[in-house]
Design a protein. Structure first.
Length: 365
């Protein structure tokens, strides 16, 4: 069996690539080890549609987030995916954080993102119950129903004649004249040939890379696992937007997030772990309470309950500065037809359509 494009991983990035490629008439198959799409990083995040404020202006994160924000709002409207342009405040709760906040504001302006800088007095009018010295407001930050996004992408792929093979383990890939010979197992071992091979396997991207015979260790990065906990809040609260406090010596900067039913949650924190483990550490509750009360002193801690855990596939260690998305093709590793994608954490959901379009352009070039 031969395909033009084989994609490993049916998260929002892999599905977006499959959507764009299948629209252009390429024969496409997506290999997914789980029983349904979007079960990895895509299903365990904040569901935030980011604007692109924080990242260096020449980074892939900025490029794909800023363009992806517009693409994803348009796609959500077209497909009637539940979403809301709810807005976000990035807040400085201590005077010592104001310089850091201004640096973030300057970065957002460089990234050509629509934002406003608001004074203490203005924020007292908007959020009188919160401790805020100054804040940045991002009107184009929103929330989106990620499972609905996954379903819409699946529908597009199937409409275009693409295939998604669930419960399928990628075993290995070897380079052949026509592209790649890929060994798989869905209960039965089989092989497919494909002109292009795209690794969009998220948390497993380094494991998959090791199974592609022409890739050397220097051609890919080892993934570091950053575990994040979310606590939900089942009481009255003042929040009508997303609120992102800056991390400082007093607080780990736990975000206020919403789902589309109006349920609020706090998180994620960050705990570096050595293996993929989605168990919830309820002992973190005191740490969450202390951090949240730095900006919302009236928090009723009895209304704070464990919600869920996500793991972000980071390329940097805990003591290193942020690293960019990694999308490597022939120009990087010298392997014709192979595109290796790594480190797509936040803002990965926002960036997914933009990354999909970019990968299509790499294939067409």
């Amino acid at each position: 069996m031969f395909f033009d494009v084989t994609i490993i991983g049916a998260g929002v990035v892999g599905l977006s690539i499959a959507k764009f490629c299948s629209e252009q008439g390429y024969s496409v198959v997506v290999l997914e080890q789980e029983s349904r799409a979007g079960e990895g990083v895509s299903s365990r995040n904040s569901g935030v549609l980011h604007a692109g404020i924080y990242y260096p202006e020449n980074s892939l994160k900025t490029k794909f987030c800023v363009s992806g924000n517009k693409l994803l709002y348009e796609y959500a409207n077209l497909k009637r995916i539940n979403h809301k342009r709810i807005g976000k405040y990035v807040i400085a709760s201590h005077k010592n954080d104001i310089e850091k906040l201004h640096n973030i504001y300057d970065q957002g302006i460089k990234n050509m993102v629509e934002i406003d800088l608001l004074s203490n007095r203005k924020m007292k009018e908007i959020y009188p119950d919160l401790k805020i010295e100054e804040a940045i407001f991002s009107p184009n930050t929103g929330i989106i129903d990620v499972p609905e996004l996954v379903s819409a992408l699946e529908g597009d792929i199937q409409h275009n004649g693409g295939l998604i093979s669930f419960n399928t383990t990628f075993i290995s890939a070897e380079k052949i004249e026509q592209g790649f010979r890929i060994s798989c197992d869905d209960g039965t071992s089989y092989k497919i040939d494909s002109h292009y091979l795209i690794n969009a396997s998220g948390l497993y991207s380094d494991v998959i890379s090791k199974k592609i015979d022409v890739l050397n260790d220097k051609d890919f990065s080892l993934i570091k696992y950053a575990k994040g906990h979310y606590f939900k809040y089942n009481g009255n609260h003042p929040f009508t937007t997303l609120v992102y406090p800056l991390a400082n010596e007093f607080s780990s900067g736990l975000h206020v997030g919403f789902d589309l039913s109006g349920q609020i949650r706090f998180g994620p924190d960050i705990t570096w772990v050595d293996e993929i483990d989605f168990s919830f550490d309820e002992n973190l509750k005191d740490k969450f309470i202390k951090s949240i009360k730095e900006y919302w002193p009236q928090l009723d801690s009895t209304k704070l309950h464990p919600d869920y855990v996500g793991i972000r596939p980071k390329l940097q260690n805990f003591n290193e500065t942020m690293k960019d998305f990694s999308i490597k093709d022939f120009n990087d590793h010298g392997v014709d037809g192979l595109i290796n994608i790594q480190g797509v954490e936040s803002p990965g959901v926002t960036s997914c359509l933009s990354i999909g379009r970019h990968v299509l352009n790499l294939i067409k070039s």
